[in-house]
Design a protein. Sequence first.
Length: 117
Amino acid sequence: MVTIKLNDDNDLDITNNEMSLVDETEEIAQMLRTRLKLYRGEWFLNTGEGVPWLQEILGKTNTKNGIESIIKDQILQTPGVKSLEEFSSEINTATRQLNVSFQVKTESDTISLEVII
């Protein structure tokens, strides 16, 4: 599968008027970042896709373990991910952000990511 590279703002990565493609490892990493930042119902072509941020997390009485369980499930459902090896999360109340760090195994590689949501 051919996947176009996205930059840190999830826009097309265009350098010198050229779009870049990603290899298999970067494709899976890019899918993981995108999946965790996608709100369920946000994408009109598949409203069931994404993390249920509004439906089950934000403003709800969910525990940290419950929230982590939802996020881990999204990670493990990502195509190409074989297993979740490490996981940690930290809520930054000052910036109202969730920092998620994890390591996954794929068929050919190990990927370590930190995603700020």
